[in-house]
Each structure stands twice: as C-alpha cells, then as structure tokens.
Design a protein around this ligand. Structure first.
Ligand code: NAP
Length: 285
C-alpha cells in the first residue's frame, strides 16, 4: 500500500483502538479528530495528527491528501448526512481515497431512519470501494454513556424490556477494521459484527454485579420515560429521537442475532461480556 490510512474519530471509542493497533503495526497513519493537541497527548508525537471537522470544509484537504484508505465514523452528534458527511466523502474521493471502511449499525436494513443508512447508500454508488462494519451495541456504552448511572446509582437505564443484545467489544470492531484497512479481500463486504452471545439487560446487570461486588439494577423505563429523561439531561432532540428509535427497534430483536463475522475476519473469537466487565471494572468503582 502506497498511501496513508486516515482514521476519523481517532479519539472515539473505536477510532482510538484502531489508531493503537495501526501504531503498533508501524502502519503509515494519520489520526483525525477535532483536537490535534488531544490526539498528540493520547498517542504521542509519533502519530501524525490532523484537525478534522466534518462541518468545516476547510479542514478536508489536509486530512485527505495522500490518503489511500480511511476509517469513517459518523459522529453521533451529526444527523445531517447530506450536508456534513457526503461532502466529506466527495472530497475524499477527489483527493484520491480509494477505500472507505465505514462504522455502521447491525440491522441497518430495518432502521432506515438512522443516518448510517444514507452513508451506506451513498458509498454503494460511489467509485470508491467500501467495507461496512455493521456493529451491534458496544459493550463500552456501559463505561461511557451509562458510566455515571452505574457509578452513582448502581443502575442501567435503557428501555429494552427483555430484548437481547449481542453486545460487541470495540476492541473486536477495531481488529476487524484494521484487517479491512490493511489486507486485501474486504472490498465491498458487509460484516455484521457481534460479540459471542446475546444477553438481556438483566443478564448484563448480573454480570456487572458479580464483577463489581455490588448490585447493579436494570431499570427498564418506558420508551417515553427514556426519551424525556434524555431531553432533560440535555441530549439534543435529533439524537434523543434516534436513540429512542434504535432502542424500540432493538426491543423488536434488531440486535439479538449472533454472527461469526469477527472470528471469520480476524481468526480470533470475540471478547465475551464477562471479560469486558473485568477489563473495565475500574471505570465504575
Ligand atoms: N454505541 C454503540 O453501541 C454503537 C453501535 C453501532 C454503531 N455505532 C456508531 O458508532 C459511531 C460512533 O463511534 P464511536 O463510539 O467510536 O465514536 P465516539 O466515541 O462517539 O467519538 C466520536 C469522535 O468524533 C468527534 N467529533 C465530534 N464531532 C465531530 C465533527 N463534527 N467532525 C469530526 N469529528 C467529530 C468527537 O469529538 P468530541 O468528543 O470532542 O465531540 C469524538 O472524538 C456512531 O455513528 C454510532 O452510531 C455505535
């Protein structure tokens, strides 16, 4: 491979894991996120860092120049795909990017209202090749989005009833992304990425309780209660709507299937929830 690999969302859950892996492998890499200083603090000066903001077209050129392949993540704050993501893809293509590995969502065929759907559609019509990483819900949501409620109230607040989720560890998503970025044979492939089992939130709470040595309760609010509580916490309306819509689809089984795609691509079994809980237990102490 002659060109660089660009990682967008380099400070995010998945992007940071990809950067670590590419850095360790000595790949030619450019890490992109809103703050160059924070990228340098996190990964050291040896990683090439670039300030990149989907909403600032003036940041595109420095990000895409000399890039052959890129990991694309849609920041959760961005719902305007047409105005903010597609122009970046056009600029990437014009700058010579040939392959895009896109972090998408499991069950996307059933949730066409989410922004990822439009990105996938656009990429499928693009001259660039692509790999879609259609990930199930991240285990790491519990130590990010749900960290405070678990730490402070020992509860998990999601409106899912008894629906099961095939949680995936972001380290497994990153491993698949790195394979798709560095090895041939992943062009125009769609991977459904899941962990090794589907758990309901009572089971997830029980594993966390055992790991942490205190009771973590699964609060199971109605979708309306969940939506209103997010608006009260300051979550922007479009984000709260997408989140609630996704949980409603998950209630209907969108994220319960377990696939073997992680192992097929990486040769490694995906990380089980219990292992994740042990690895991250300091987050909730
Ligand atoms: N969570 C899940 O269970 C799940 C499952 C499947 C798919 N996904 C998808 O995964 C994606 C998120 O991935 P992630 O969790 O790895 O990311 P993340 O941790 O949310 O990180 C997003 C990064 O993008 C940065 N950012 C914010 N606005 C930006 C902009 N305008 N331009 C460029 N960068 C910007 C953020 O900076 P700041 O932090 O400074 O804002 C942050 O560093 C979403 O599209 C989500 O739908 C999530």
């Amino acid at each position: 491979m002659n060109g660089k690999i660009l990682v967008t969302g380099a400070l995010g859950n998945v992007g940071a894991e990809i950067v670590k892996r590419l850095q360790a492998a000595g790949s030619s890499l450019r890490a992109a996120d809103l703050s160059v200083e924070t990228i340098r603090e996190r990964f050291g000066a040896s990683v090439e860092a670039v300030a990149f903001d989907f909403s600032k077209k003036e940041t595109y050129r420095a990000a895409f120049e000399g890039v052959e392949k890129m990991f694309l993540m849609r920041p959760p704050q961005i719902s305007d795909v047409k105005g903010l993501i597609l122009p970046a893809l056009d600029a990437a293509q014009a700058a010579g990017v040939r392959h895009v590995v896109f972090l998408s969502l499991i069950g996307i065929e059933r949730v066409k209202f989410v922004p990822h759907y439009k990105v996938e559609e656009y990429l499928m019509r693009s001259p660039m090749t692509w790999t879609f990483l259609r990930a199930s819900f991240f285990m790491q949501n519990l130590n990010t989005t749900h960290r405070q409620e678990i730490r402070e109230r020992s509860e998990i607040f999601v409106p899912l009833g008894g629906a099961r989720t095939s949680f995936i560890d972001v380290r497994d998503i990153a491993a698949v992304a790195v394979a798709a970025l560095c090895q041939p044979g992943h062009e125009n492939k769609k991977y459904d990425l899941t962990g090794p089992e589907a758990l309901d939130y009572w089971q997830a709470a029980a594993i966390l309780s055992e790991t942490l040595g205190r009771t973590i309760t699964y609060r199971n609010p109605s979708a309306l209660e969940f939506f209103v509580s997010h608006l009260r916490r300051g979550t922007p309306l479009p984000t709260a709507m997408v989140m609630t819509g996704l949980y409603l689809s998950t209630r209907n089984g969108m994220a319960e299937s377990v696939t073997g795609d992680v192992e097929r691509v990486t040769g490694q079994k995906p990380i089980p929830f219990r292992q994740y809980a042990r690895d991250y237990q300091a987050s909730w102490q």
